[in-house]
Design a protein around this ligand. Structure first.
Ligand SMILES: [Zn+2]
Length: 449
């Protein structure tokens, strides 16, 4: 094994393309509750799986953590917990140590402000230089914007899945409240969506749009006419009309009928992304938690969208696991697709190594994003970051061993996929980086959104 290359990768700062960290206010509210179980992150879902069908309340699974933790310590989710706990507290993650882990975690938190906690775990311990944060730039959160809720190296993705999988008037009413625009027509709805996005763009920290719709619908995005969409809009906006003799005052309208409205709004979002060169992040592949419906989540469903919106830069998440080879082929074929390994190292480290090795054989390395912790608490980033670095190092060592490329090239690849590609894609670094990128851009001396 080439230890110098490994050291290089282990010390290389990361761009976290995707995270869900709670904001400072939520952190402060929970500050005293964080315990050893808070290190579990995604591993809670594996505990559910290990417990089998009879235990399916998370509460009861946590009560049986001593029984099921050993069964899941071997999975990628489990390994990340072990790695993080060892690195942070020099303790094995086991039921015997839970008390000691909680004490060490609490003592790390106790003498630090929220901002210092995030700096300590994310910047110092996980060595993450930039974080792309999901979920905070959302319609209901606009009033939080004047407050300092995240460190200054965080950028944000605007997300409103409820609009893009709409089944009743709730998201329309939310946009009305947030924008003051009364929505009587489909055009009003588009105007209200864009007005809400404007509020977030004004912060200078909006980096992308996010589509997480795979959690509520399949990724087959039709291209309905405005007439079809008007019909769906009218149905949702006229609840007092009878449909098959029933008034749907509160319940969802027929989701299938609403579909053309959801698809229409996705196209309006993509149109804006295209006009203003705002990247679009899309969840594809495996779903967090348990019982998710995987069948509709393949990146392959998105080909018509990639083809139609050629000017939009698509950041395609989670390596589309378990369809990682398909995403590699898509990324090789479509110049506007950037395959992203956020979260996938934890889901399946072995397949992640195979995936990165395979992608490097097929996809230009300036297009690959190697990391995103995709987690809610800053200390979980430490385990996920080390886990990813170990995998990346092994893949690159093997490439050098097999003489696919030199060690110098391996370092260049590591720097690109771990940090530089993200900085260039999201334009967070000074102009010199951007000038080297393939994407032409005249006005990129600083971060513009
Ligand atoms: Zn996520």
């Amino acid at each position: 094994m080439n230890s110098e290359l490994r050291d290089f990768v282990m010390e290389q700062p990361l761009f976290s393309h995707h995270d869900h960290h709670c904001h400072f206010k939520d952190f402060e509210e929970e500050r005293l509750q964080y315990d050893a179980a808070s290190l579990l992150g995604y591993a809670c879902a594996d505990l559910e799986t290990a417990a089998g069908p009879k235990l399916h309340e998370q509460q009861s699974v946590r009560e049986h953590i001593g029984t099921y933790w050993p069964k899941i310590s071997t999975t990628g989710y489990g390994q990340a917990v072990t790695i993080g706990c060892k690195a942070l507290f020099d303790l094995d993650y086991s039921a015997d140590n839970f008390r000691a882990i909680t004490e060490k975690l609490q003592s790390t938190l106790s003498d630090r402000s929220a901002a210092e906690v995030y700096d300590y775990f994310v910047k110092d311990r996980a060595n993450i230089k930039w974080v792309l944060q999901d979920g905070y730039f959302a319609p209901g959160n606009a009033d939080l914007l004047p407050r300092e809720m995240y460190p200054d190296y965080y950028r944000f993705a605007w997300r409103m899945d409820e609009l893009f999988s709409i089944t009743d008037a709730t998201p329309i009413e939310l946009l009305e409240r947030e924008t003051g625009i009364t929505v009587h027509t489909l055009d009003h709805l588009v105007k209200a969506m864009n007005a809400n996005i404007d509020k977030f763009i004004e912060t200078g920290k909006l980096a992308a749009f996010k589509l997480g719709i795979a959690y509520s619908r399949d990724l087959v995005i039709g291209d309905p006419t405005s007439h079809e969409s008007e019909l769906a809009f009218r149905r949702i906006r006229n609840r007092k009309s009878f449909h098959h003799g029933i008034q749907q005052n509160a319940g969802s309208v027929n989701a299938l009928e609403a579909r053309s409205l959801a698809d229409y709004m996705i196209h309006r979002l993509l149109q804006r992304a295209s006009d203003e060169d705002i990247p679009v992040q899309i969840h594809t592949g495996y779903l967090a938690g348990n019982w998710g419906s995987l069948a509709g989540t393949k990146a392959m469903h998105l080909l018509p969208v990639f083809e139609k919106y050629r000017q939009v830069r698509f950041d395609v998440f989670h390596a589309s696991w378990p369809w990682t080879s398909e995403l590699g082929a898509i990324a090789k074929n479509y110049p506007n697709v950037y395959p992203d390994m956020c979260w996938v190292w934890a889901m399946n480290p072995t397949e992640s190594e195979r995936t990165l090795a395979e992608w490097l054989d097929g996809v230009p390395f300036n297009k690959i994003f190697a990391f995103g912790a995709d987690t809610g608490l800053p200390w979980c980033n430490v385990g996920y970051a080390i886990q990813a670095r170990l995998g990346i190092a092994r893949v690159l060592e093997e490439k050098v061993q097999k003489r696919f490329f030199s060690e110098a090239t391996a370092k260049e690849v590591a720097l690109a996929i771990m940090l530089k590609n993200g900085e260039e894609f999201h334009r967070v670094e000074p102009k010199k980086h951007v000038e080297q990128a393939d994407t032409p851009d005249e006005n990129s001396s600083s971060f513009r959104r």
